[in-house]
Design a protein around this ligand. Structure first.
Ligand code: NDP
Ligand code: X2X
Length: 337
């Protein structure tokens, strides 16, 4: 049986008198910094001058250049994009990390693939929320938390796990539950999940369904409602009670269609492809490709991002969201970074 850690297993006092430097103020950075502050933890932000710096100051944080924030910190949480962490670490973190301090991550990529190799006199801990940063903040404010994973790569202080659990409590994760893992397991499962299921898998399934209906002559707006908009409602049911809860709520017609046609759409070929994707994550092929793509200035990433943004599905969806008044009040168009 998996061991889950909850609020009662974590002591916020472990962070009492310590300064946490959150490096980066994006999806995870803004959420974790605000949650920690609301939990009574002393938080400073490390950034480069720019949009995030202005936002963090507007949100009431003390903001410093990365090296200065590191010098002031007992805990340094690296919430930079994975592809820039190694360079920033080498140039602005490692030379200033205090002996006996702690280096935190929310994804194990750079430790697991050897891009960052910390000195032996610091704790190295992973606290990985299993959800997008904006939900980490929203759910915390609502009084609950996004579950997370904890792993200890180095325990120089002898208290790394206690420190990690205190941090997890500070961001609200122990309200939901924290599972112990390793940097390897978190990295490989997270990369697999975002590629084969959550982002890549679902996006291609939605696009294929939308295009199948549109190419067959149906109205794009109906195809959008059927294949994307309604997906949230279905996934909410799965979130609340598993596949069984979704199948309980949909019609028997839909449930029978689920059983009779689902495996024809996502069948043995898809399962084989998933195994290949996982193998390329495990043997480092994906990591090398991603690191190389960034070294070359992201030509393929930018091209593919542009193609996807111009997909008919996106255009139809944007128009429908403008028309759906109730949604307008809740969701802003995604920030075009
Ligand atoms: N997004 C998510 O929901 C999740 C992310 N994670 C992990 O969290 C970590 C952070 O990801 P995420 O929050 O998505 O990142 P974002 O891209 O949302 O934010 C990155 C932040 O880093 C800053 N930054 C970028 N480059 C530099 C630099 N050279 N020097 C200083 N600051 C810089 C950006 O500021 P600027 O405005 O100047 O560009 C921005 O504030 C990653 O390890 C990721 O894998 C884990 C779980 C979920
Ligand atoms: C939200 C999350 O954990 C992801 C999809 O893996 C990520 O954004 O890195």
């Amino acid at each position: 049986m998996v061991k889950m850690y909850y609020d009662q297993d974590a002591q916020l006092d472990v962070l009492k008198g310590k300064t946490v430097a959150v490096i980066g103020y994006g999806s995870q950075g803004h959420a974790q910094a605000q949650n920690l502050r609301d939990s009574g933890v002393h938080v400073i932000i490390g950034l480069r001058p720019g949009r995030s710096w202005e936002q963090a100051e507007q949100d009431g944080f003390e903001v410093f250049e990365v090296d200065e924030a590191v010098r002031r910190a007992d805990v340094v949480q690296l919430l930079l994009p994975d592809e820039v962490q190694a360079k920033v670490y080498q140039e602005q973190v490692a030379p200033h990390l205090k002996s006996g301090s702690a280096l935190f991550f929310s994804h194990g990529f750079n430790i697991h693939f050897g891009q960052i190799q910390p000195a032996s006199d610091v704790d190295v801990v992973l606290i990985a929320p299993k959800g997008p940063g904006h939900l980490v903040r929203r759910v915390y404010v609502e009084g609950f938390g996004v579950p997370a994973l904890i792993a200890v790569h180095q325990n120089a202080s002898g208290q790394a796990k206690e420190l990690g659990l205190a941090y997890a409590k500070g961001i609200g994760a122990t309200r939901a539950g924290v599972i112990e893992t390793t940097f390897k397991e978190e990295t490989e499962t997270d990369l697999f999940g975002e590629q084969a299921v959550l982002c890549g898998g679902v996006s291609e399934l939605v696009k294929a369904g939308f295009e199948t209906l549109v190419e067959a002559g149906y109205q794009p707006e109906i195809a959008y409602f059927e294949c994307l908009h309604e997906l949230k409602l279905i996934v909410d049911l799965m979130y609340e009670g598993g596949l069984a809860n979704m199948r309980y709520s949909v019609s028997d017609t839909a449930e029978y269609g689920d059983y009779s046609s689902g495996k024809r759409v996502v069948g043995e070929a898809s399962r084989q492809a998933m195994k290949e994707v996982l193998k390329e994550i495990q043997d480092g092929t994906f990591a090398r490709n991603w690191i190389d793509e960034n070294r070359q200035g992201r030509p393929n990433f930018q091209r593919l991002r542009e193609e996807e943004r111009n997909h008919q599905l996106e255009r139809v969806g944007a128009e429908l969201r403008r028309m759906m008044a109730w949604l307008d009040g809740k969701k802003k168009e995604p920030v075009q970074s």
